[in-house]
Ligand binder design. Structure first.
Ligand SMILES: [Zn+2]
Length: 240
């Protein structure tokens, strides 16, 4: 199985589904993450935006190296994805056609972050258009399932998830290890890094318990069209 993750910023892939990436890769599935921006507007103190972008790219590559997924950087501007939506959709279509995923994971369309919302509202359409003879290129490809994942470390947003990917304690441990590569998380949130780790663990337990398992990562199904039996079969493989 091939899974494409379209992330607004490096670290989103870990927060949304780091444990699921670990699970999939360990059983021989292929995961690719397309990072739309480099989180370069999140610079603090004496650090410049340029340095921040450089550091973030290194952190993303460390996360990729640790969880063993491939990645690409689409080069869009942090906090400005919405303004570039026309180019962004073409860029995402290019990623879909190049990687040929069975499943695509992106953001929640009602997320509080504008970049996350932009992708949440766009990726299912990109996948639909990628399956048609649109936007140039010489091939069409459509993933069978599109999912929205959650990035709400404050846990103040309602997330009406429909499915949960079951993961092990070991997968969660590796998710947290991958999160540690992101130096940024130490200072960017109002809470301490230690509490962020705790929250990721709590969310994993809550989502797992929702389907009577110990740990999980939750998703909303965001297909453009109704799911067929084949599509449900792929989704079920992904979740188990
Ligand atoms: Zn983000």
């Amino acid at each position: 199985m091939k899974v494409l993750i379209v992330a607004a910023h490096p670290d989103d892939e870990v927060i949304i589904c780091g444990a699921t990436i670990d699970k999939l890769v360990k059983r021989g599935d292929q995961v690719h993450v397309a990072y739309c921006s480099l989180n370069e507007e999140a610079y603090f103190g004496s650090e410049t935006s340029e340095n921040r972008a450089k550091r973030t790219m290194i952190e993303a590559k460390s996360s990729a190296n640790f969880l063993k997924f491939s990645c690409s950087f689409l080069g869009f501007k942090d906090m400005h994805l919405e303004e570039s939506i026309g180019l962004l959709i073409k860029s995402v279509i290019k990623e879909i056609r190049a990687f040929e995923p069975d499943i695509i994971i992106s953001h929640y369309s009602r997320d509080k972050h504008i970049d996350h919302r932009t992708l949440g509202n766009m990726v299912a359409e990109a996948n639909f258009q990628s399956g048609c003879n649109l936007c140039g290129g010489d091939k069409a490809w459509k993933a069978k399932v599109v999912l929205q994942g959650e990035v709400d470390l404050e846990m103040t947003n309602s997330f009406n998830f429909q499915v949960v990917s079951t993961v092990s304690e070991e997968n969660i441990k590796n998710k947290l290890e991958a999160f540690k590569f992101y130096e940024s998380v130490k200072e960017e949130h109002s809470t301490t890094q230690e509490w962020l780790f705790k929250k990721l663990e709590i969310v994993a337990s809550l989502r797992g318990k929702a389907v009577e398992k110990t740990h999980g990562e939750a998703f909303i199904i965001d297909n453009y069209s109704p799911l067929s039996g084949d599509e449900l079969e792929i989704l079920s493989k992904f979740l188990n």
